[in-house]
Design a binder for this molecule. Structure first.
Ligand code: XMP
Length: 514
């Protein structure tokens, strides 16, 4: 049976991945494509609906992101959101202008309940606005179906052509009934039956992997992170011992993490697979000795990782498939999907050794968002601790030790970080803070402990709230919790006599220290 698809066309707005997630929450599969994507390519996908996202431009300006009129004549329902709504009006002969006042934030909107878009939505509802421009004249054939105090056309429709425009953002949670509006569009207006589900994902993936792999040999680089773990378990479920997982312990993992990964995936663990742990700690420390430049350290760690992995792969001999834990945001952010074409050096799309002898790459999670990957992980019976693990950078503690890395510094930051994590969990804050960790500053200072003068390191504590990890704010941790963490670190971790809490947001700071 053909999978139902809704296409999200990305005009560079900040909530675009959210739009896709909300659609998937309606059990409808959807993918994001840049507005530059050829219309024929979109047509060939035969989507049941098209959603145009927000974006930073003004549609009437020269060079602004645009789309062809033909898009609206395909007979496929189209929903424009914010910039997408303005663009639809502009392209179809309406007028869009700069508003006298910018409308921003929670706003009460009055909707026309006779519109299919607003079925079951309250007549007066709260929405999230963020726009300079507004639709000052409707395109021919359209009627306004929602308004706010400052915005006469908060939504418009041409129901005969199944074209809908919403000035606000139904995809963000502040729009209290936004999910309902998107549901109305994809399920009622586009007529999707909504058969995209995570449990069918596991079943279908296992089947597809078995068909593809046959009796072939599969190799997977396991990091212990959520994505590679879920990918590995999925493969193990599909092809059992045809799969070999190589786990490189580079000595820059968090305290006890190497053993935890081994306990889950190793011979005593729960899965049917071949597990190889490579203890390469010393190798990495030697390579890193004396190196202080952040990017060079990253490069050294990345390259050494590939060398170690290659050596192991050579021992195994030729394999047929290499597994990668690429997930959908990696694909989008690598410029292969949507419009936000920022290529981050730390995304692992296509990033594994080409000198390892394999025929094909398998990326079983390529279509999933992080929360969907987590759902799959739970479904596959992976321990919650691993499934809800916070993001951890590939170069590990290498980027959390400012300056040169030594085994001693790794010990210090591991112990401090373990205490910090334990106390955050004790305070019940572990699920509400998106990322938190201890880092070792390269600063030593004078202190006094007992009757002795000390000259020891300072630990920095970081904790951030973030949605997309592109921007972040320091989390407000109760002072008493910080004090407990501080006193435990100073008492229990040899070599530390000061603890700082980092208040910096991103930008201007980054989340990691290097
Ligand atoms: P920054 O420090 O850029 O981090 O604000 C944003 C997010 O990315 C993670 N991060 C990395 N992940 N390899 C990775 O796999 C890396 O080199 C790397 N550097 C940063 C970071 O932990 C945060 O979640």
């Amino acid at each position: 049976m053909k999978k139902e698809l809704v296409v999200v066309i990305d005009f560079g707005g900040q909530y675009n991945q959210l739009v896709a997630r909300r659609v998937r929450e309606c059990n409808v599969y959807c993918e994001i494509y840049s507005y530059k994507t050829d219309l024929d390519k979109i047509k060939a996908m035969d989507p049941k609906g098209i959603i145009l996202t927000g974006g930073p431009s003004s549609c009437y300006e020269e060079g602004a992101a645009t789309c062809s009129e033909e898009l609206f004549n395909l007979g496929i329902p189209v929903l424009g959101l914010c910039y997408g709504a303005q663009l639809m009006s502009h392209v179809l002969g309406g007028r869009v202008e700069r508003a006298a006042v910018r409308e921003y934030g929670r706003t009460e909107v009055k909707v026309d309940k006779t519109s299919a878009l607003f079925a079951d939505v309250s007549e007066n509802t709260i929405c999230w606005m963020s726009h300079f421009d507004y639709i000052s004249k409707l395109a021919p054939g359209f009627r306004a179906v929602a308004s706010t105090e400052n915005c006469p056309v908060a939504a418009a429709e041409c129901a005969e052509r199944k074209l809908y425009a919403i000035q606000f953002h139904p995809e963000v949670l502040h729009t209290t009934e936004g999910s309902k509006m998107l549901y109305n569009f994809v399920r009622n207006i586009c007529g999707c039956c909504g058969d995209w589900r995570m449990d069918s994902f596991v079943e279908e993936s296992v089947k597809a992997i078995r068909e593809k792999v046959g009796s072939g040999k599969v190799l997977c680089a396991l990091s212990g992170g959520v994505d590679s773990s879920v990918a590995a378990v999925l493969l193990s479920k599909a092809v059992g011992e045809q799969l070999t997982c190589v786990f490189v312990d580079h000595g820059l993992l968090r305290k006890d993490e190497g053993d935890e990964v081994e306990a889950i995936f190793g011979p005593e663990g729960n899965y049917d697979l071949n597990f190889i742990r490579v203890n390469a700690q010393e190798r990495f420390y030697n390579k890193l000795a004396g190196e202080t430049a952040p990017e060079t350290k990253r490069k050294i760690i990345g390259e050494e990782f590939i060398r170690v992995f290659e050596e192991e792969a050579k021992k195994i001999g030729a394999v047929d498939f290499l597994v990668q834990g690429t997930i959908y945001p990696d694909v989008v952010e690598s410029g292969l999907g949507g419009e936000s074409a920022v290529i981050k050096s730390h995304h692992n799309v296509g990033g594994l050794p080409d000198c390892v002898d394999f025929k094909e790459i398998i990326e079983p999670l390529r279509d999933l968002f992080k929360d969907e990957v987590r759902k799959v992980g739970l479904e596959l019976g992976i321990p919650e601790k691993l499934v809800f693990r916070q993001p951890f950078p590939g170069p590990g503690l290498g980027v959390r030790i400012i300056g040169d890395v030594t085994a001693e510094k790794v010990r210090i930051v591991q112990e401090a970080d373990a205490i910090y994590r334990e106390e955050i969990a004790n305070a019940g804050l572990d699920r509400s803070i998106n990322q938190y960790f201890a880092a070792l500053t390269n600063m030593r200072s004078v202190g006094v402990m007992g009757d002795e003068r000390t000259y020891d390191y300072a630990i920095a504590l970081r904790a951030v709230h973030t949605i997309d990890f592109m921007t972040a704010e320091a989390a407000e941790i109760p002072f008493a919790v910080l004090q407990t963490v501080m006193s435990r670190i100073i008492n229990e971790v040899r070599g530390v006599n000061r603890v700082f809490y980092d208040l910096t947001s991103k930008p201007p700071g980054t989340i990691e220290f290097e």
